[in-house]
Design a protein around this ligand. Structure first.
Ligand SMILES: Nc1ncnc2c1ncn2[C@@H]1O[C@H](COP(=O)(O)OP(=O)(O)OP(=O)(O)O)[C@@H](O)[C@H]1O
Length: 257
């Protein structure tokens, strides 16, 4: 990789291996993820993109037959071997999935669920969290008069923004996004992409995307995975204009995948 290495990292992944039973899904992955940047993960279906991001907050550790080795260093701890408080880890490393998955409750309760779990009780404080997180995902004006309405009544794009607000409500440092726009229409997609541009001022973001134009638009670094290997990780501009590896070039120019 030709990027400067003096920048602070949010995660230092060293020689990470992961197996689902006999399926060797991540192979010797060494991957610095830089603080307050957007890192995109691209690659053909089944190459390990989702597995990689889910491993960053140990979302998949209860999958039957899973085995991992190596290091994921986060905040002075190797989360794979040291004792980690999973609730605390997921508070700091939030996740947003492919499809907005609000709880079948009100808009207000969706946002306050996490803060309440973490001990916030005062109504005023909860109200403030609801307002500030909905503002940061540009949803406040659209829903401020119906905070008690069911979240399921929102459009798909609004639900996804609500889920991002819900992830922000516990004040994370990192946001993992697994194909956050793949179920959305083009206008909602643009809104989420603009939001990512805003959020990266405060958060480190890792986004899995099938959409290469999206990776090119929103990310600072791009990683190309193939069959569980990290083939290339570099500045996004370089990956899309002058990649080092022939396999990356073939993929980004649409020759396979
Ligand atoms: N829960 C699981 N149990 C067993 N195998 C799994 C599980 N999740 C993923 N795999 C396998 O691990 C490999 C990587 O899958 P993963 O979902 O990480 O790929 P991906 O690049 O995100 O794919 P896609 O783009 O299709 O979502 C695949 O062979 C997949 O079948």
């Amino acid at each position: 990789m030709t990027v400067a290495t003096t920048k602070k990292t949010a995660f230092d992944v060293n020689d990470l291996n992961l197996w689902y039973g006999n399926n060797y899904a991540l192979k010797n992955i060494t991957f610095p993820i830089y603080d307050k940047e957007v890192t995109a993960i691209i690659g053909p279906s089944g190459c390990g993109k989702s597995t990689f991001v889910k491993t960053l907050n140990l979302m998949n550790r209860t999958v039957p037959g899973i085995k991992m080795s190596g290091e994921i260093n986060y905040d002075g701890t190797n989360i794979l071997s040291d004792k980690v408080d999973l609730v605390e880890l997921r508070k700091k490393v939030g996740m947003v999935f492919q499809k907005g998955n609000p709880f079948p409750q009100s808009i207000y309760n969706n946002i306050t669920f996490g803060p309440k779990v973490h001990g916030v009780k005062k109504k005023k404080e909860l109200d403030e969290i609801v307002e500030s997180t909905l503002k940061s995902v540009a949803l406040w004006d659209e829903v401020k008069d119906r905070l008690d309405a069911p979240a399921m009544g929102l459009s798909g794009g609004q639900q996804q923004r609500l889920c991002i607000a819900r992830a922000l409500a516990t004040k994370p440092e990192i946001l993992l996004m697994d194909e956050p726009t793949s179920a959305l229409d083009p206008i909602s997609t643009v809104k989420i992409e603009e939001l990512i541009g805003e959020l990266k001022k405060q958060y480190t973001i890792v986004i899995v995307t099938h959409n290469m134009q999206q990776a090119a638009r929103v990310s600072d670094k791009t990683a190309f995975f193939l069959l569980g290997d990290l083939i290339e990780l570099d500045e996004t501009d370089k990956i899309f204009s002058n990649p080092t590896d022939k396999r990356t070039e073939d993929y980004v120019s649409g020759r396979f995948g």
